[in-house]
Write a protein that binds this ligand. Structure first.
Ligand SMILES: [Zn+2]
Length: 238
């Protein structure tokens, strides 16, 4: 697939804004990356740039089939993103990061169950990839994609999370919700055993929440919080 200049400009700006917004949301620290699929390539924030200040010129472009960098310097764990795209034709955007609360559950060996509404869209329990090593090779990426299966997220024990969605707004929304679910659960555990949702409750809550208007609201709010913090001040048109 040939990427037009207009599309390339749009997608590099989209990734720059999403990366900064994820940083302002407290999900990205010095690590963390988000990518978007465009035909046979993926756009991803590069290896060296601060997630808080990355500009569109520092968004890398990688060929999905073989990981060849076509522009820029992709992050070291790009293999994780590429494996998700290869395994899941439905995935249009992927994120990998090391959020405080969601990571703590896998680190403690405690299941991140759906017991707060934002967690319902991830199903009864978020699957866990049980190896703390960084995902820098294709074979590791395939193993994570296998654990992810058809889920919207997986935890990487002692490491972080991977989240996948149809597009960047969906992936950012799921990233916010995954950490929100974990944060609420972490505050619940000291009070008592969380009351995990039943299959019927998960089904009804997912039907209520998993709607374009709810995703758009979360995406807009995440962007506006970043804008209000001045994170887009130097991005033309953002
Ligand atoms: Zn990582």
């Amino acid at each position: 697939m040939t990427t037009t200049t207009a599309t390339r400009t749009d997608l590099t700006m989209l990734i720059a804004r999403a990366t900064r917004a994820m940083a302002i949301a407290g999900l990205f620290d010095q690590n963390g990356h988000i990518s978007v699929r465009d035909g046979d390539v993926a756009y991803i924030n590069d290896r060296r740039s601060s997630r808080r200040t990355i500009g569109p010129d520092h968004v890398a472009i990688v060929r999905i089939a073989d990981g060849q960098a076509l522009h820029g310097e992709p992050p070291s764990e790009t293999a994780l993103h590429l494996a998700c795209y290869r395994a899941r034709p439905d995935v249009g955007s992927a994120a990998h990061f090391h959020p405080l609360f969601a990571t703590a559950f896998a680190t403690a060996g405690r299941p991140l169950v759906a017991a707060y509404c934002a967690g319902a869209v991830f199903g009864h329990e978020v699957p866990v990839f049980d190896d703390p090593d960084l995902i820098r090779r294709d074979d590791q990426g395939r193993e994570v994609a296998s654990v992810l299966g058809e889920h919207r997220a997986a935890l990487l024990r002692g490491h972080g999370v991977v989240v996948v969605g149809d597009d960047v707004p969906t992936c950012v929304t799921l990233s916010v919700w995954l950490e929100e679910s974990a944060r609420r659960l972490a505050h619940t555990v000291p009070l008592g055993q969380p009351k995990a949702f039943s299959a019927d409750e998960i089904r009804r809550l997912t039907a209520s929440l998993w709607q374009p208007k709810v995703i758009e609201k979360t995406w807009t709010d995440t962007l506006e919080r970043a804008r209000a913090a001045g994170a887009f001040d130097d991005l033309p048109g953002a």
